[in-house]
Ligand binder design. Structure first.
Ligand code: BES
Ligand code: MN
Ligand code: ZN
Length: 500
């Protein structure tokens, strides 16, 4: 969808639908709403007076007019003014855009009078754009029947108040870059595993690297062998698809600046291997590269925004299958770090490939390491489907991530990583074992990862729950969520601000 920002008055925009935003309890119409009400012969005032539209959060009422330039007027509620949050704006815009799409509207225009609202001006704009773009997302490349029904809203015109034009234009441009990156991550995650192999994921990284200051290097099996990445190679051994270690670097920072390493789990399909998963919902394991997809998307957005940061994205990519050479429970692997791992459960494969990618990340002497992984079902049991688990060694970074998440509406919650958990992953015959059983599974998973990050400040985000949603949730339609791309972008932008 194209988003344009226009000067002038809403009623003059050539479009199919006017979107008007209201807070609960607004009795008198003002600004563009009053203008459009007058031109429609009082339709809006009528419907408000009759109680047909109360401006409850995400309430949308569609009215039709014969006298206006646009045939439809969509009234959108934001709830009580003093309870307004960006999240409510996102949800409301997702809802109204979905309804407009449902009634085959291709072009809509909205007046955003920012002074009317109780949230920081920039936030109103970004929340509206995020809600609209993310709420309209759908994954349809494989639908061939009824394609003509799949029409999208093609253009949204925003008409700001006269003083806010420049602010709105700039904010729209920034937000669009990030929202598009979220959709890019969603596309990668939604793709079926036969069309999203490690090789194809690496191709996608190369496309990202066409941007200025972005470079991509892909380590192949031979190089992994030479580097001693036997944990990653072990997982890949059960599959015919060659593994890839994707290294995507964005050098937007000062020369010589230590990078932030973003490490994303890139399991393009996780069958569990010999410790095979039950058939039910195994299809969802095509999403086991959601962490890797987020890393690609963040680098893409950072480059598009020309953020002054240095990022190294590392995505170990492989399938976890049970071919004749597959890992077996009890196998011992020597990882890239030199530490040995006893594989008690081949379904705990994420931490194996991350072990090698994390210790490889240390090469870059990063200022911070953040890994993002659909690591454990246990995290979903602990926190539910909508919340990511956060564990790590650096309190400042955890605080910054928590604050960023508060801004973007992504839910993260910290789990403890106390000393005694580290006892649980000691192996009888090797340094560590890759599974400590079900109890505290999200934590023992993180404890395992912590062995491979050296002394670098490190945070792990377990996104097994929120990476994929089984029901429509406003601006996160059913399917891939694109979490935590917005969160990481917010985190990076805040970090840039702090340094200034
Ligand atoms: N990819 C899964 C975790 C997962 C589960 C992601 C549900 C998304 C939804 C991971 O590789 C896995 O299988 N983890 C095991 C670890 C266990 C064997 C220690 C798990 O959580 O059961
Ligand atoms: Mn697994
Ligand atoms: Zn997995």
């Amino acid at each position: 969808m194209k988003i344009t920002v226009k000067k002038g008055s809403l009623a003059d925009v050539k479009t199919e639908a006017f979107i008007l935003v209201f807070c609960e309890g607004e009795k008198t119409l003002s600004g563009p709403a009053a203008d459009i009400d007058r031109k429609s012969g009082g339709l809006i005032a009528d419907i408000i007076k009759s109680g047909g539209f109360e401006a409850k959060p995400s309430q949308v009422t569609m009215i039709y007019s014969r006298t206006l330039a646009a045939k439809r007027i969509a009234l959108v509620g934001l709830g009580k003014k003093n309870e307004l949050t960006p999240e409510k704006i996102r949800r409301a815009f997702a809802k109204v855009m979905q309804e407009l799409r449902g009634s085959k509207v291709r072009k809509a225009a909205v007046s955003l009078d920012l002074s009317l609202l109780n949230v920081r001006k920039e936030k109103v704009v970004s929340a509206a754009v995020e809600g609209a773009v993310l709420g309209l997302y759908r994954y349809s490349p494989y639908k061939t029947v009824g394609r003509e029904e799949l029409q999208d809203v093609q253009e949204m015109t925003i008409v700001p108040g006269p003083k806010d034009y420049a602010l709105v234009r700039d904010e729209v441009q920034k937000t669009k870059i990030i929202a598009d990156a979220v959709c890019f991550a969603r596309d990668l995650v939604s793709a079926p595993a036969n069309e999203m192999t490690p090789s194809i994921l690496a191709e996608q990284a190369r496309v990202v690297a066409k941007r200025k200051n972005v470079s991509c290097r892909v380590l192949e099996k031979g190089q992994m062998k030479a580097l001693g990445m036997n944990a990653l190679l072990g997982v890949a051994a059960g599959s015919d698809q060659p593994p890839k270690l994707i290294v995507l670097e964005y050098t937007g920072g000062k020369k010589g600046e230590a990078p932030i390493a973003l490490v994303g789990k890139g399991l393009t399909f996780d069958s569990g291997g010999i410790s095979i998963k039950p058939a039910e919902k195994m299809d969802e394991m095509k999403t086991d590269m959601a962490g890797g997809a987020a890393v690609l998307a963040v680098i893409r957005a950072a480059a598009d925004l020309k953020l002054p940061v240095h990022l190294v994205g590392l995505v170990p990519a492989t399938e976890n299958l049970s071919g004749g050479s597959a890992l077996k429970p009890g196998d011992v692997l020597k990882s890239h770090s030199g530490r040995t791992i006893e594989v008690l459960n081949t379904d705990a494969e994420g931490r194996l490939i991350l072990a090698d990618a994390l210790s490889y990340a240390c090469r870059y002497k990063p200022s911070a390491i953040i890994d993002i992984a659909t690591l454990t079902g246990a995290c979903v049991v602990a926190l539910g489907e909508e919340v990511a688990g956060m564990l790590g060694t650096d309190d400042r970074m955890k605080k910054a991530l928590r604050e960023a998440a508060g801004e973007t509406g992504e839910l993260i919650w910290e789990l403890p990583l106390w000393d005694h958990y580290h006892e649980l992953i000691k192996s009888d015959i090797a340094d560590y074992k890759n599974s400590a059983g079900r109890l505290g599974g999200a934590i023992t998973g993180a404890a395992f990862l912590s062995k491979f990050v050296g002394e670098y400040p490190w945070v792990h985000l377990d996104i097994a729950g929120p990476a994929w949603t089984t029901k429509d949730r406003g601006y996160i339609p059913k399917g891939a969520s694109g979490i935590p791309v917005r969160l990481l972008m917010e985190f990076l932008q805040n970090r840039v601000q702090e340094k200034k």
